[in-house]
Design a binder for this molecule. Sequence first.
Ligand code: SAM
Length: 291
Amino acid sequence: MSGEVLQGWWHWAQGIIPASERQSGLQELKQFLRAFTVLSPLEITLRRFPPQIHLKLPLTELQERWQRRWQERVPLQYLIGVAHWHDLELVVTPSVLIPRPETEELLEVVAATVPPWQQQGHWLDLGTGSGAIAIGLARLFPTALIHAVDCSPEALEVAQVNIQKYALGDRVRCYVGNWFDPIVPLQGQVQGIVSNPPYIPTSLVATLQPEVQYHEPLLALDGGTDGLQAIRQILETAPEYLQRQGWLFIELMATQGEAVAALARATQAYERVEILRDLSGHDRFLLAQTP
Ligand SMILES: C[S@@+](CC[C@H](N)C(=O)[O-])C[C@H]1O[C@@H](n2cnc3c(N)ncnc32)[C@H](O)[C@@H]1O
């Protein structure tokens, strides 16, 4: 395709970005074009296109996808098929949650908390989705064996693609099923558990931005009436799986800190229970350790 035609396309593409989202929309347009061409960021920013450009998809397909971004509010990551998270570029489809910056922080909390002697053995990622946490953990703890569980077979297919992409097939195993059900043989052997479970109360799902409520999997969002259904289940069962002084890290919603800490203490199975804040100052993570 000629650079001139792409100039015309750019003009059209920026014209359909809603005025209220012009700045962020332009950033997305640059990312969108980067994903489907071999143009450099500078060529795109300056709109200095070479005379001939190779497009990875036909122009009509690009046009249709960019329209879906604004008419249907499909998240950019689903349209380009990848999400940048931590130091990874993960494949994503509408079967998986788009991994969030808060979850990068969760991984940083794990890295800062777990002493070297426990950075090995069996670790769990419960509700792995795209495999983000499992892959992040495997790279963080190079001798650990990671068990990634999700009840969605479609999500696990995506996780497998990402695990292969980072050549971690020998250290990250995937299981389909309900939380701990597929990994019963690991009872009493697990060094640590990391989970970003669904935690949005059902009644709030309809208040989320359209990109999230209409396009991300409900299974990844809906945490039941009080949002704590999955968290409660994980808190209650985790002690059966953890070794002595084993770790549990769970991501939560900003308003759930006190309730989750109370649930953890009520099990009487943890000697240390803390709620940690994210970079925005909101309660975001549970850290618990068995005696
Ligand atoms: C909030 S998403 C987290 C995805 C990914 N770990 C991340 O942080 O981006 C929650 C995940 O939990 C999975 N899930 C929901 N209920 C589950 C259950 N009962 N057992 C196992 N996984 C479940 C969903 O399919 C979804 O992939």
